[in-house]
Design a protein around this ligand. Structure first.
Ligand code: PLP
Length: 410
């Protein structure tokens, strides 16, 4: 094994100097330059243009335009949906922005159960994000179904052959996260979707930790259904509405589980009975969150302007740099890698594990380094490619090394 230099600060400076996306940091607000923010996968940074966009929507559209502004606001859920579609390999008309990821999971899982009535099982991962498991659990309970939980490797994630082994003709759908929220492992979307289709089940993917950080190809993978967050790598702001995707040929077949008036065929007919809109609009529920959508538009266009391939290339480089720095500085101090070793097998976050992870996160915060603690022993380092520098990563590693040194009393 090659001997690693102890100090990688020159290396970080060189990588920042060569980074084609370095200028993208100027698109965002850096209120306190001393803060190293490695939590952009939980809440993305504030784009500067969001301030003006919100101001325009509030003072111009709302203040001046009043109710007339609904003429264009009404198109925002599908317009922003089309822009997100371009980031995830979907066609225009297949994505809509509405509600939270949680509510969209409920909506699409409900529709999938209805479309596969008579099938009694759902396949999911035991380590998936809590809300995904809770929603599936509840829907399974009220529909008299069971969940087949896959216990995948917590570091490398659920494999296609493990999903295949859980499948038979009783399965209505398989629901998984494309990038696991804890380990960052990327699951085999194409193979797992094909396996689900092999027994006539639907495949639902959660893109919360992939959209805006790596390429997703829903069309090529022939994915049926997907949901995802806009406040993580899409920098849409706290609580920004989520998106959902339904493959175009399924849209007419799937019954919306929340038959709200905004998803009705003729909204202002005020009809006695609900009739769903023909396309993706049927998956809207109530009145769209206009102010929040104004911010999502800006965040999505920042990702589109930088380009997903360049964003992914930087994400991979940041992850490789962190793993090298971990090997040099942290592994000898008892910190373990909780993510796949290969950069192409991970999204843009890396989990580091240590028995005193919570204490370490506090020590990092005191050193102005913001990371995420994930119960019980993980420190999640989110390297949102548009806003993270290699120097940020190095500073975090140094801070962790120093904190560990303190903890050992030297
Ligand atoms: C972040 C995240 C969510 C968030 O759901 P909300 O309804 O927006 O709170 C859901 N699922 C996954 C996999 C996530 O990473």
């Amino acid at each position: 094994m090659e001997l690693l230099p102890e100090d990688l600060s020159d290396e970080a400076a060189r990588l920042d100097g060569e980074d084609p996306l370095a200028h993208c940091r100027d698109w965002f607000v850096f209120d306190d330059p001393a803060v190293v923010y490695l939590d952009g996968n939980s809440l993305g940074r504030l784009p500067r243009r969001t301030l003006a966009a919100l101001n325009d929507t509030v003072t111009g559209d709302w203040g001046r335009g009043l109710i007339h502004s609904w003429e264009h606001w009404m198109h925002w859920p599908t317009e922003v949906g089309d822009r997100i579609a371009a980031l995830i390999g979907a066609a225009p008309g297949d994505v809509v922005v509405s509600d939270s990821t949680t509510v969209n999971l409920f909506k699409l899982m409900g529709s999938a159960i209805e479309a596969r009535r008579g099938r009694s099982a759902i396949v999911m991962s035991r380590t998936d994000f809590p809300t995904n498991r809770y929603i599936a659990d509840e829907l399974a309970y009220v529909n008299g179904m069971t969940i087949r939980w896959i216990d995948g490797d917590p570091v490398t994630g659920v494999r296609a052959d493990e999903v295949l082994a859980a499948l038979d003709a009783d399965v209505a759908f398989v629901a998984l996260s494309h990038v696991e929220y804890r380990s960052g492992a990327i699951l085999e979307m194409a193979a797992i979707t094909a396996a689900a289709h092999g027994i006539g089940a639907l495949a639902l993917w959660d893109l919360s930790h992939s959209v805006g950080s790596l390429g997703v190809d829903l069309a090529t993978c022939n994915v049926d259904l997907a949901v995802g967050c806009t406040y993580k790598y899409l920098n849409g702001g706290p609580g920004a509405p989520a998106f959902l995707y339904v493959r175009s040929d399924l849209q007419a077949e799937l019954e919306p589980s929340i038959p709200g008036w905004i998803g009705a065929a003729d909204i202002f007919a005020m009809a006695a009975d609900y009739e769903p809109a023909p396309g993706i609009r049927r998956f809207l529920t109530g009145t769209p969150s206009v102010l929040a959508l104004a911010a999502v538009r800006v965040g999505v266009s920042a990702v589109a302007d930088a380009g997903v391939p360049a964003i992914r290339a930087k994400g991979v480089a940041l992850g490789e740099f962190l793993v090298r720095a971990h090997e040099a500085q942290l592994a000898p101090r008892g910190v373990m890698l909780g993510s796949p070793e290969s950069s192409v097998a991970r999204g843009s976050h890396v989990s580091l594990r240590h028995p005193r992870a919570l204490e370490l996160c506090d020590a990092l915060r005191q050193r102005s380094v913001i990371v995420d603690f994930r119960n019980p022993d993980s420190i999640r380092i989110g390297m949102s490619p548009l806003t993270t520098s290699f120097a940020d990563v190095w500073r975090a590693v140094e801070a962790m090394r120093d904190a560990l040194g303190d903890a050992r009393g030297n």
